[in-house]
Design a protein around this ligand. Structure first.
Ligand code: 5AD
Length: 350
């Protein structure tokens, strides 16, 4: 496999079969080797910097019924909320003072998240916090809507592709949702000039090594600025309640492969990792991740934005979260930086 690692690092491309082999032959030794190479690749582009994003969960109302997600429409057991603009601005204010320069507004696909409301919020954020970046993560919308939000100042958009295999997409979502629509949204976002984030869950039901290889191949071709991957964690109120969770090990392994194929991609150490292992996020940094996205939503609401069971809830302030992350990164010889944390230009191949 050493030769295949070299080939990936050198050409930044493998065949689907080769990616599948990586998944099939994973050993702790191979994982450690890949993690070391991925970390070096990351440090060559970003040095010792880790970027911070303030995650604000603006609404858990959702019209969709994804089989894996705790805020799916059919989950009656979920206290629905929508934050007010002032509440969002207050969260952002505290996060800004603590050092965060990117705000991620994340929410379900709620009819209350109108273009007018979101555009005015984006404008407010950009005007109140000069130099900040605004990332939106509010699901599938029309091209016109994406255009208006972009014109209002949104810089980035996170929309996980969930799986690059259409048949798998249909096993994770009801018929009303389509792989085709998801891809069209991603194309629109890119054309409108957003920095785009894709991603998928590791260990989702019906995932196979071949399907993971297709995800890696998709990421290789699409060249997203960001890629969020985290383990699938079952939620008790969903059709996938008794499915098995994904693992931190496989997630870290895939992060390393993605880092080697795209040395400049922004890779968050996702919260779902922390839900499974207390040191999950640090392990991801050790495997090539370079972004952390602590939740700065009001503590009282955090429990209701429950995509999966065991999701960590923390009463800590944005200041305390910043300090805690700095402390955890120090032993990894990484430092949290006060910076928007845009993706670097892809460097020329070796
Ligand atoms: N486990 C892990 N991740 C999940 N997501 C939704 N539900 C779960 C779950 N049960 C992820 C999806 C979605 C993102 C916002 O959260 O990939 O795109």
């Amino acid at each position: 496999m050493r030769e295949l690692i070299d080939k990936l690092a050198r050409t930044r491309s493998l065949s689907a079969d080769e990616y599948e082999r990586f998944v099939a032959v994973r050993t702790p030794e191979l994982a450690a080797e890949l993690a070391g190479r991925a970390r070096e690749a990351c440090e060559r582009v970003y040095g010792d910097a880790v970027f911070a994003r303030a995650l604000i969960e603006i609404s858990n109302v959702c019209r969709n019924d994804c089989y894996y997600c705790g805020i799916r429409r059919s989950n009656q057991d979920c206290a629905r909320y929508q934050m007010g603009s002032e509440q969002v601005m207050a969260c952002a204010q505290e996060a800004w003072r603590a050092g965060f320069r990117t705000f991620v507004l994340q929410g379900g696909e709620s009819p209350a998240l109108t273009d007018a409301w979101l555009c005015s919020l984006v404008r407010d954020l950009k005007a109140s916090f000069p130099g900040c970046a605004v990332t939106l993560s509010v699901g599938e919308r029309s091209r016109d809507s994406y255009r208006r939000l972009r014109e209002a100042g949104a810089d980035r958009y996170l929309l996980r592709h969930e799986t690059a295999t259409p048949a798998h997409y249909q096993q994770l979502h009801p018929a009303a949702m389509s792989f085709h629509a998801r891809m069209e949204c991603l194309r629109n976002l890119r054309e409108l000039g957003y920095a785009v984030g894709v991603g998928f869950m590791v260990g989702s039901p019906f995932q196979t090594p071949a399907r993971l290889a297709a995800d890696l191949k998709f990421i290789e071709r699409f060249k997203p600025e960001m890629c969020g991957i985290g383990p699938f964690v079952p939620h008790h109120g969903t059709p996938f309640a008794s499915e098995e969770a994904g693992t931190v090990d496989l997630t870290c392994y895939l992060l390393s492969l993605i880092r080697l194929m795209h040395p400049a991609v922004l890779l968050p150490a996702t919260t779902a990792l922390e839900a499974l292992k207390p040191d999950g996020r640090e392990r991801a940094i050790g495997a090539g991740a370079n972004v952390v996205m602590p939740n700065v939503s009001p503590a009282a609401l955090q429990g209701s934005y429950e995509l999966y069971d065991r999701k960590p809830v923390s009463e800590k302030t944005a200041f305390q979260k910043w300090a805690e992350l700095e402390r955890k990164l120090a032993p990894l010889e990484r430092r949290l930086v006060i910076d928007r944390g845009d993706a670097a230009e892809p460097s020329p191949k070796e």
